[in-house]
Design a protein around this ligand. Structure first.
Ligand code: R2B
Ligand code: URA
Length: 310
């Protein structure tokens, strides 16, 4: 089945561990994962991360610390007595990373470049650790298109600002295009865990990945704007017609690089506002905090169910 390309035997070792599509790494004496403050010789990565089943990523250090505590409670994981949850990547001063049993919770910052760097290092981390079939899930925030604020959107496909389903990047002076593909089965499994009792909708659809928060998302409230409100509305309404449900800033590298590594991946975001109604993110802090718990709850349900079935 085409949709399950990520489980292709070409992309993984028979035992499910991550294969690297880079022959250079094996030849190196050590591999320093600079931005997460870990290294293949300075740390016993197999001992530290060999048991990882889920890598959950989200924009902010605080949200990912909160998620780590939340998932600890949900899966009933107990830290060894006398220890507390530690930011493993504290001394990188770039990203924050927590580990709760089989779950990693790591922040990725904002935008394509920031999550791209983290993905290189997290994929290499899974390779060095010999983790078996790890699943990557992005727990994020976004702008919604024609959706009630607070709606949870599970991405089943990703497009860039031109409508292409590729993550395009210049490498050695040439544009390299990589298909931005998510695991549709995983998206369906997540959607199935949305409850009729949830006081908000959970929907599945296309996500647009923008290079910018303001002009790149058709906002008229940035420091610059050379288009009219009418141009903006036409663009956003056209996106709605094409099935785009939300706009965020990391889905392209997230989907393309996990797919390239043969890692099953999903994106679950909550909408902070309806972009057809405005640009400013103005909901009160308490409301936004409650919104941000929604993707976490859905992902926790999935992780719990997965771990119970093993
Ligand atoms: C959602 O929120 C951030 C911008 O405010 C960005 O990281 C994203 O994808
Ligand atoms: N994050 C985005 O990238 N866009 C929004 O509108 C809200 C959050």
């Amino acid at each position: 089945e085409k949709e399950n390309e990520a489980s292709d035997s070409l992309t993984r070792y028979p035992d499910g561990s991550v294969k690297l599509r880079n022959p250079h790494i094996q030849l190196m004496d050590q591999d320093i994962l600079y931005h997460i403050a870990l290294g293949s010789e300075s740390h016993d990565l197999i001992e530290m991360f060999g048991d990882v089943k889920f890598v959950c990523m989200g924009g902010t250090p605080k949200r990912m610390e909160t998620f780590a505590h939340y998932i600890m409670e949900e899966i009933g994981y107990k830290l060894p007595t006398g220890t507390t949850l530690m930011d493993i990547s504290q001394y990188s001063y770039r990203y924050s990373m927590y580990k709760v049993g089989p779950v990693i919770s790591v922040s990725h910052g904002m935008g394509v470049a920031s999550i791209g760097i983290l993905l290189h290092e997290m994929i290499k981390l899974m390779y060095h650790a010999k983790a078996k079939e790890p699943i990557f899930i992005r727990i994020g925030t976004c702008g919604g298109l024609d959706l009630e604020p607070g709606t949870v959107v599970i991405s089943d496909s990703v497009v860039d600002g031109l409508g292409n389903s590729f993550y395009s990047m210049p490498i050695l002076g040439k544009i390299v295009k990589r298909p931005a593909i998510l695991d549709k089965k995983l998206a369906r499994e997540l959607k199935a865990l949305a409850s009729v009792d949830d006081p908000y909708d959970t929907t599945v659809g296309t996500t647009m990945c923008a290079e910018d928060f303001y002009e790149g998302q058709g906002r008229i409230d940035g420091a610059f704007c050379d288009f009219t409100e009418t141009d903006k509305m036409q663009y956003l309404e056209d996106l709605v017609k094409k099935g785009v449900k939300n706009i965020e800033m990391e889905s392209l590298p997230f989907s393309a690089l996990t797919h390239l590594a043969g890692i099953r991946a999903a994106i679950v975001c909550v909408t902070f506002l309806n972009r057809l109604k405005g640009d400013q993110v103005a909901a009160p802090k308490e409301v936004m905090n409650e919104y941000q718990e929604r993707p976490q709850k859905l992902v926790a349900r999935y992780i719990k169910k997965y771990l119970q079935s093993k």
